[in-house]
Ligand binder design. Structure first.
Ligand code: FES
Length: 577
């Protein structure tokens, strides 16, 4: 019992309060021994493992195999693995949008890490919101943590063409809407788009967050890219297990990894992979948990000097399995070396630079371009400002139509998702290809949860005429797998009275990606008059999580986190300078 009293680690951590610490530990041990464990096992470092398997989350469909491999790695290194469930969020199964539940998952993760005795934790996530939620929760909980990614799905084949979720889902659906393919073909391709378990196979949000997690130093080296069903993925899982035991023994806390340098490396990678716009919101939320604000203007400056190097859909041509075969993040990080902080610490206890020196040698490949021959000369994401978005907006310029990036047009306004659904396919809709589609009320409070509806479908009558892209503007998000000239995250959102709420049909709007401007060409007097005429009704709810969400969710420039979850003190801004 002396050792128990002196060593607040393992099963001795965070005792349940019965008013008698000795009894609390006695009781805990009695119960866990009910599963057959010995005192010898209970003396090892205790490693929690989040089990986020769910029948509603096929992106985590390899969870049983991952858990087995992680547990093997932990036991080989002398730890005691203890898996436990948390919420799991499957992108296309969580209504009204998975983003609505991200903060809930982060709270679940944080509180379970705090409440249960563990010296370190393996976070297993993959589908879009799960990795951000886990990193947010772990950042707040503060104990040693390592991220294991479930891995991408394989590609499929449809009538001789390589296909994968979900860029090709959108492309085929757009062709079906335009009556370019028939019902039989759309049914056939539906069988091929997701040919295995795992996350989407393009550079969508899941793949982006996997790369971002590795760039943050939160995964083992090479942890981002192995597909879900491969032996490489299982080796990463085993290595994750053995690494986390060393982290527990050396007490390598998450605060030593999630530093300003780590966030700057992650942003650099986000820009260089042509990554999902969603990752900006998520990185902002994770940084906010560590006390860092994201400086969108500085991020834009970083973007101007960071070329897109990874040739993956939707910005490029390949899929995640090809990126992995090309050496994955090691190949990319080596190419980006002059732009990275190589002294940033990783979960291995070594720096990013040391890991790159230890990694396998480079070889010729065609997925990661050299910096002097990029896919796109600047970072994939540009930050816009102007009277339509005083708090900023973003555009994924690498996936936009170059002809539309300097554009002025007439606004065609939809007041919300219902209005959009009712009118977008009407032959009576007054719309031309040069117009600007504006969708209101899909921001953090508006929809709620900032759904991925910013990829406004092209009006059917224009799609039939062969129109492939238009300028589209909203306060919502879009899937990382989508493409087009689409302005997103307009801040402040229309539901809280942002200028977007004041746009009317026929107003002129100017987009200039070169000038980083999004402007509503209406006089200030007229906008003030409209604001008086139509006072805003901020959405409210009577009870439950919905009420908590609407009362505390912050805007996109604060990561759409809840105000009470961010770190109480701001320590700095990233990227610096
Ligand atoms: Fe889960 Fe795309 S639906 S990663």
């Amino acid at each position: 019992m002396t050792k128990d009293a002196d060593d607040p680690s393992g099963m001795r951590k965070g005792l349940v309060n019965y008013g008698d610490a000795g009894f609390s530990l006695f009781l805990r041990k009695a119960f866990i021994k009910g599963s057959g464990l010995t005192d010898h096992a209970l003396d090892r470092p205790v490693i929690g493992i989040t089990d986020t398997g769910s029948g509603y989350n096929p992106c985590h469909g390899n969870m049983p195999q991952l858990l087995e491999a992680v547990q093997r790695g932990i036991m080989l290194a002398g730890g005691l693995p203890v898996k436990f469930p948390t919420i799991s969020i499957g992108e296309s199964f969580a209504a009204p949008t998975s983003m609505y539940l991200r903060n809930l998952m982060s709270m679940d993760t944080e509180e379970m890490l705090r409440a249960q005795p563990m010296d370190a934790v393996v976070l297993i996530g993959g589908c879009d919101k799960t990795v951000p939620a886990q990193l947010m929760g772990a950042a707040s909980a503060g104990l040693p943590a390592i991220q294991l990614i479930t891995g991408s799905m394989l590609t499929g084949s449809h009538r001789g063409e390589v296909v994968g979720a979900c860029t090709d889902c959108r492309r085929y659906w757009a062709r079906f809407r335009a009556e370019d393919i028939d019902a039989q073909e759309i049914a056939d391709v539906n069988d091929q788009l997701v040919p295995s378990v795992g996350t989407c196979s393009v550079m969508g949000t899941a793949s982006t967050m996997a790369c971002v997690a590795e760039a943050l130093g939160m995964t083992v080296p090479g942890g981002a890219t192995p597909p879900a069903v491969t032996a490489d993925r299982m080796r990463v899982a085993e290595l994750t297990g053995s690494t986390v035991v060393q982290m527990a023994k050396s007490r390598l806390g998450i605060e030593r990894i999630l530093t300003e340098k780590a966030f700057e490396n992650a942003m650099r990678v986000l820009l260089a992979i042509g990554g999902s716009t969603n990752a900006i919101v998520h990185l902002t939320a994770i940084a906010g948990r560590m006390g860092f604000e994201v400086d969108l203007k500085a991020l834009d400056r970083m973007g101007r000097e960071t070329p897109v190097l990874v040739d993956l859909k939707p910005s490029g041509a390949h899929y995640m399995e090809h990126f992995h075969a090309a050496g994955g993040m090691t190949t990319l990080l080596r190419e980006l070396q002059p732009l990275l902080h190589l002294d940033a610490l990783t979960v291995t206890g070594r720096t990013l630079g040391e890991e790159l020196e230890r990694a396998r040698p480079s070889f010729p490949q065609d997925v990661v371009r050299p910096r002097d021959n990029p896919i796109y000369p600047q970072g994939g994401i540009a930050v816009l400002q102007g009277n339509l978005a005083p708090g900023g907006a973003i555009i994924k310029q690498s996936a936009a139509d170059p002809k539309l990036m300097e554009h002025e047009g007439r606004a065609v306004v939809f007041e919300g998702l219902e209005d959009l659904a009712n009118r977008i396919d009407s032959d009576d809709l007054d719309v031309n290809a040069d117009d600007v589609l504006v969708l209101k009320n899909i921001g953090p409070k508006g929809a709620p949860g900032m759904p991925e509806a910013g990829y406004i479908p092209l009006p059917r009558k224009l799609a039939r005429q062969g129109v492939k892209d238009m300028v589209r503007i909203s306060d919502g998000r879009m899937s990382g797998t989508a493409f087009g000239t689409i302005v997103l995250h307009v801040t402040p959102e229309s539901a809280v009275g942002g200028p977007l709420a004041l746009v009317r049909n026929g107003d002129r709007i100017r987009l200039s990606v070169t000038a980083r401007e999004i402007a509503l060409l209406v006089s200030e007097e007229e906008l003030a008059r409209r604001a008086q005429q139509q006072p805003v009704q901020v959405p409210r709810a009577d009870r439950g999580y919905h009420k908590l969400f609407l009362e505390t969710v912050m805007q996109a420039d604060k990561g759409a986190d809840f105000d009470f979850l961010a770190a109480p003190q701001v320590r700095g801004r990233v990227p610096r300078g």
